[in-house]
Ligand binder design. Structure first.
Ligand code: ZN
Length: 80
């Protein structure tokens, strides 16, 4: 399972959903693009995922899971 930031390889990540990020930012980039950068304050506001967390289960591609890096502030969409 994908448990680190693909950009800087830290495990200091949060797992959120595209819908959650759209609500916080007003942007639809989380559906249109596969990766990008978040505002540092927003990226660090999400709780760190623990080794025991699993991805938020989704039944379709309408609300993909996204890894947010709390160190470099990159986001990466997880293709289901
Ligand atoms: Zn990172």
């Amino acid at each position: 399972m994908f448990k680190k930031c693909p950009s800087c390889e830290t495990k200091n990540i949060a797992i959120v959903t595209a819908a959650m990020l759209q609500r916080k930012t007003g942007s639809r980039d989380f559906y249109r693009k596969t990766d990008g950068w978040l505002d540092p304050d927003l990226a660090e506001s999400f709780p760190k995922a623990s080794a025991f967390d699993s991805f938020i289960t989704v039944e379709n591609d309408d609300n993909p899971n996204i890894i947010v890096c709390r160190d470099c502030h990159a986001w990466t969409r997880i293709e289901n």
